[in-house]
Design a protein around this ligand. Structure first.
Ligand code: G3P
Ligand code: MG
Length: 247
């Protein structure tokens, strides 16, 4: 993947500072704020349906309780995923991946699809998510990158969708990152921005990889990371980073 097709900013979980994360309302908000790409998190329900949700537990970002992976799609669809954020978002649902992909394709949005799973569940989660991508995302559709902390998920993505670019997610760039990335056939490294310094960013770029950094909500920090060579920054408030930038 060349840096040239990548955006400077990706709306993190939509635009998580302005609208409930990982909801269609959040994605619509990010589009209104001017992003060209969205990041979302995918997990499987108890009955194996890929849905868009970040946490293990339902409690923080919905009116449900307990573990998402132990909850059926039917029960998940009864939950309100907007009211916790602000009253005007009450009634917002946890989207299925199918709904989210259809929405983003219609909007012409690029996508960073994060398979959010443990190593043990990474393979099955990626398998279901990639099957949905195959159904809902046209081959000539907007750009789509698959990312995960789970190497099992990236291995399945390589097997099922070898032509889709893959990114390895890490909190801190590990000492063996070159082997990790090349073993998984990844073209990008997605790193917690608080662990990044200039030397690390430049080393990743010199290796020919794209560098994505999460989560950057401060314009000055964004300028610093871009200055070091970072390609793409995930942001909860993308408008702060987009103002005065070329997108
Ligand atoms: O994909 C980048 C970022 O979303 C990874 O961290 O916890 O926000 O999913 P998290
Ligand atoms: Mg994420």
């Amino acid at each position: 993947m060349t840096g040239s097709i990548l955006p400077r900013v990706i709306g993190h979980r939509g635009a998580a500072a302005h609208a409930p994360e990982n909801t269609l309302a959040g994605f619509a908000c990010a589009v209104r704020l001017g992003v060209g790409w969205i990041e979302l998190d995918v997990q499987l329900t108890a009955d194996g349906v890929p849905v868009v949700f970040h946490d293990d537990r339902l409690d923080r970002t919905s009116d449900g309780h307990g573990l998402l992976v132990e909850t059926s799609l039917a029960d998940i669809r009864r939950l309100d995923a907007g009211g916790w954020f602000a009253e005007r978002f009450s009634g917002e649902k946890i989207p299925t991946l199918s709904e989210a992909l259809s929405f983003l394709v219609k909007q012409g949005q690029g996508l960073c699809l994060e398979v959010k799973a443990s190593e043990a569940r990474g393979g099955s989660t990626a398998r279901a998510a990639l099957a949905e991508v195959e159904r809902s995302w046209p081959a000539d559709g907007p750009p789509l990158v698959i990312s995960s902390f789970a190497k099992s998920a990236l291995a399945v993505a390589d097997e099922m969708a070898p032509d889709r670019p893959r990114g390895l997610l890490v909190e801190k760039v590990p000492s063996d990152w070159r082997d990790e990335v090349s073993g998984l056939g990844c073209t990008s490294l997605h790193v917690d921005q608080t662990t990044l310094d200039e030397k690390t960013v430049r080393a990743v770029k010199e290796a020919g990889l794209a560098l994505f950094a999460y989560t950057v909500n401060d314009r000055l920090r964004a300028e610093q990371l871009w200055g070091w060579g970072a390609d793409t920054l995930f942001s909860d408030c993308p408008e702060q980073l987009l103002s005065g930038s070329d997108g």
